[in-house]
Design a protein around this ligand. Structure first.
Ligand code: AMP
Length: 378
């Protein structure tokens, strides 16, 4: 047991949670860092705001009872396949990975740097979004492009949302009494990704070298013929930055119907809006395709777990994506699904279907404590 401060430092926000054992002690967020009117002009000020909020709650950053700080770091490349105690060398290696995650890793590093300055005596641990997916095979990780180019530029599939997939796959397997079973996790939030997990090890995941690949998301396209990018440049006259913005910020549900929030899409759907109908059907079709693909990758499936804001709250997405799959042993009980019960498949189903709220901060805290106790034993 121990107390861990979990920090998720983005370019414009810092989210924090103080975790005590498996309980949330305090949590909050400093937003719009650097923007006019924000409480913080930079990451240093943002962490001071976090420290002040924690102190106001009676448990300051300077508390001797704080065991460690756990940092979310987006990209661990092939360098970091496990949560890692932060040292100077680790910081340098995370810096080397900045070209792979130019928006995220520098912000994560800023959080680490300030936190180490504020509490130099405290162990700090980096928990990587990519690490859970490090176990996918070369067959799953390799893009079929020129190998020399791929190796030189570190182009391969890494996968993201790893702490969520780790937490939810474990909880789902436990929920059906098959801790070593086969699980398909559908993390459907504003970002969305799927994974196939066997006996606790990830064997496939839908995000790739970047979080753009895979499922249809709030504002990201997911899978796309790569030649579309060439066409947008050559024929559409768009610059690389414009294409980047189009695919990451003006695509997905937002690009298809102008709304990236599934609640709004569903309301429009109920009112017979044709754009929302198309967006919803593209979203669910892609999801169903991944379920089928991951079923084939795993061979047998014990449980399909829905998580994330959409996965946890949208009975309509869950039942539409899995409709008509009875021949595969997959079914959804309408009443259980509407109530969002932990198990929403009918009794006796071959493949259980579960709704498992994700908890990335708790997972980061637990992984942080595991690293600390391993280090203490050495
Ligand atoms: P997340 O990124 O996991 O926080 O998920 C955020 C997304 O969840 C929002 O953008 C919504 O699209 C979706 N969401 C939240 N609540 C609901 C709901 N009751 N029904 C459908 N979608 C929801």
């Amino acid at each position: 047991m121990g107390r861990v401060l979990v920090l998720n430092t983005g370019s414009s926000s810092v989210k924090y949670r103080l975790v005590d054992g498996d309980r949330r002690r305090a949590s909050g967020m400093v937003e719009r860092i650097g923007e006019p009117g924000s409480a913080a002009a930079g990451h240093e000020e943002a962490l001071k705001v976090v420290a002040a909020e924690l102190a106001a709650g009676g448990f300051g950053l300077d508390s001797p009872e704080l065991t460690a700080i756990g940092h979310r770091v987006v990209h661990g490349g092939t360098t970091f396949t496990e949560p890692t105690l932060i040292t100077e060398e680790v910081v340098r290696k995370i810096e080397e990975l900045v070209p792979l995650a130019p928006l995220h890793n520098p912000a994560n590093l800023a959080g680490i740097e300030v936190a180490r300055r504020l509490r130099p005596d405290l162990p700090q641990v980096a928990v990587f979004d990519t690490a859970f997916h490090a176990t996918i095979s070369p067959a799953a990780a390799t893009y079929a492009i020129d190998r020399e180019t791929a190796e030189r530029l570190r182009i391969r599939r890494y996968g993201f949302h790893g702490t969520s997939h780790a937490y939810v796959s474990r909880e789902a397997a436990l929920a059906v009494g098959r801790p070593l079973g086969n699980v398909i996790v559908l993390h459907l939030g504003n970002g969305a990704s799927a994974s196939a997990v066997s006996a606790g090890r990830c064997v496939e995941t839908s995000m790739g070298m970047t979080p753009l690949e895979g499922l249809v998301m709030g504002t990201r396209s997911g899978d796309l013929d790569p030649a579309v990018v060439l066409y947008l440049g050559r024929t559409g006259g768009m610059s690389l930055d414009e294409i980047d913005t189009l695919l990451n910020r003006r695509s997905g549900m937002f690009g298809l119907c102008g709304d990236n929030d599934m609640r709004a899409v569903q309301e429009r759907l109920a009112a017979g809006d044709a754009d929302a109908e198309l967006a919803f059907s593209v979203y669910c079709h892609r999801l169903r395709k991944y379920v089928g693909a991951y079923y084939a990758v795993l061979g047998t499936v014990d449980v399909i777990a829905f998580t994330g804001g959409v996965g946890e709250n949208s009975p309509l997405v869950r039942r539409t994506a899995l409709a008509g799959l009875e021949a595969l042993g997959i079914a959804v009980d309408p009443a259980r699904n509407e109530r969002g019960e932990r198990l929403i498949s009918p009794d006796g189903s071959v493949v259980k279907v579960a709704v498992i709220p994700t908890d990335e901060e708790l997972e980061i805290a637990q992984q942080t404590l595991a690293v600390i106790s391993r280090t203490n034993r050495q």
